[in-house]
Write a protein that binds this ligand. Structure first.
Ligand code: ADP
Ligand code: MG
Length: 262
């Protein structure tokens, strides 16, 4: 083969890669060909290297897309969670949850406890693990979910809204019950929970003990039905340890006190 025809083939190969939008492979082509030549790589090995570049780039893009879609409020992973500081958390259980087996059979996870004990943080860590494992995840507060459903109902987009919340493999609903929960919020929540029931997991954080749901969420029938569905397949993690927020606050106060010598 003349150098000229080899150059022609090379140009066509670049054009094929560009046409197929394999831009990262196209960019890596000269490098991979050089390596193949210098190291005497066979055709299979060289092709594998080239495709691995493209697969890696696509995977990175998808991961970025999933992470953006998930709307996680913080970049936390389980490595950031200090188990020693929170004796109220069952570490073995959390680590088991982080394997994401619970997603396989649409098990829900309820994180229940007073403010500051790390409920939202754990929810974010589980959500992040799911994103990293390639799942579609969406994080929302209970208030935002309700507001969004309410607006959708007013604008005649209720079904679209329900489909949206049914879509992700994992839905995180943060902070149920901090404010008084209005009737239409409970209705929206009920619909979302019903739609996802046994189909897709929900991680829900709340300061309301299950026993107080009926009195705090209004209509006891709706609440009972909602709890039924949520708890039919669920892991309930009660966290009643010390508040991490107050702990750091306490430490700061102590340091200040020492500094002023009181
Ligand atoms: P909750 O949702 O229970 O009110 P958060 O998850 O928002 O509590 O935690 C409050 C703050 O304390 C956050 O900044 C969180 O990162 C931090 N925090 C809580 N628990 C831990 C922990 N065990 N290790 C590290 N940081 C923690
Ligand atoms: Mg919280």
């Amino acid at each position: 083969m003349t150098g000229n025809s080899e150059a022609l083939i090379y140009q066509r190969l670049r054009a094929h890669l560009a046409y197929l939008k394999l831009t990262d492979a196209a960019e890596a082509l000269p490098r991979v060909l050089d390596t193949a030549r210098n190291q005497g790589l066979g055709l299979t090995a060289a092709l594998e290297q080239l495709m691995a570049v493209e697969v890696g780039a696509v995977e990175t893009r998808r991961q970025t897309g999933r992470l953006r879609f998930a709307c996680l409020p913080e970049p936390w992973t389980l490595d950031h969670f200090d188990f020693a500081a929170q004796p109220g958390v069952d570490e073995a259980l959390v680590r088991d949850l982080a394997t994401l087996r619970f997603l396989d059979d649409a098990t829900n996870v309820l994180l229940i406890g007073p403010p500051g004990v790390g409920k939202t943080m754990l929810a974010i860590c589980l959500a992040r693990a799911a994103v990293d494992a390639g799942h579609r995840v969406y994080f929302t507060s209970a208030t935002d979910l309700a507001a969004r459903c309410h607006r959708a109902a007013l604008e005649g987009r209720w079904n679209t809204c329900m489909r949206f919340f049914a879509g992700p493999r994992l839905l995180v609903i943060d902070e149920l019950g901090y404010l008084n929960v209005p009737e239409e919020a409970v209705a929206a929540l009920f619909q979302v929970i019903t739609q996802r029931h046994l189909k897709g997991s929900i991680v829900l954080t709340t300061n309301l003990g299950v026993a107080s749901w009926a009195s705090r969420l209004g209509d006891p029938m709706v609440t009972a039905a909602m709890l039924d569905r949520l708890l039919q397949r669920a892991v309930v993690l009660g966290i009643d340890g010390p508040s991490y927020r107050l702990r750091t606050h306490q430490a700061r106060t102590d340091t200040l006190r020492k500094a002023v010598g009181s």
